[in-house]
Design a protein around this ligand. Structure first.
Ligand SMILES: CC(C)(COP(=O)(O)OP(=O)(O)OC[C@H]1O[C@@H](n2cnc3c(N)ncnc32)[C@H](O)[C@@H]1OP(=O)(O)O)[C@@H](O)C(=O)NCCC(=O)NCCS
Length: 166
């Protein structure tokens, strides 16, 4: 399996991968209306272009041959010394086989190469991905409720992992 960087020409691919994992991830946590609203906000062509070209979000794809297994996005120096993971998704049928850990390792390498010493992220308080993050060395450092418009809330844990350099 290869982890490769994605570019502006990959937005349709990222959108279609996200569409496969979005509902299974959140359907027991959020209403369908909120899911649709958030998907449009985060994965429309215009939004992905904005993230890639203006917000400094870098995207990774987990790929083997012509098959794709997951994607991630991250932002180096989102605050001094820290890289923020914005997205980390493995397709449902490929979860639990190490793809998420591979994507995370790739982000950690990029963060360390940029001189960052910590990785931060937000995860929904009811998402079982929280346990993946604790397993991979993150600790919960806080909670926040983010108003995203239309009366919708994202109820998140904030998590952080220190990168130990040799
Ligand atoms: C969370 C997610 C990215 C993890 O990726 P993955 O490929 O399924 O996880 P991996 O197989 O790499 O697991 C790495 C380790 O975490 C553990 N783990 C993974 N998911 C777990 C879970 N839900 N609960 C407890 N442990 C978990 C694995 O057992 C493994 O431990 P090991 O190294 O001792 O074997 C993936 O399951 C996913 O995409 N989930 C749905 C989308 C989502 O919620 N993304 C996060 C948004 S913030």
């Amino acid at each position: 399996m290869e982890i490769r960087k994605a570019g502006p020409t990959d937005t349709a691919l990222i959108n279609s991968l996200a569409a496969m994992v979005w509902e299974p991830t959140y359907r027991e946590i959020l209403t369908k209306a909120q899911l649709d609203y958030m998907f449009e906000m985060m994965y429309s062509h215009a939004s992905l272009q904005e993230q890639l070209q203006h917000k400094g979000h870098q995207f990774l794809l987990a790929q083997e041959g012509s098959s794709f297994y997951g994607f991630a996005s991250y932002e180096l120096n989102s605050k001094p010394g820290a890289t923020k993971i914005h997205k980390l998704y493995v397709l449902p049928e490929s979860q639990g086989r190490g793809v998420g850990a591979l994507l995370l390792k790739a982000i950690e390498r990029e963060a360390a190469a940029a001189g960052n010493t910590a990785i931060t992220l937000n995860v929904n308080r009811f998402n079982k991905a929280f346990h993946f993050y604790t397993k991979t060395g993150f600790t919960k450092t806080g909670e926040e409720d983010i108003h995203i418009g239309n009366g919708y809330l994202m109820e998140d844990f904030i998590m952080e992992k220190q990168l130990h350099t040799l």
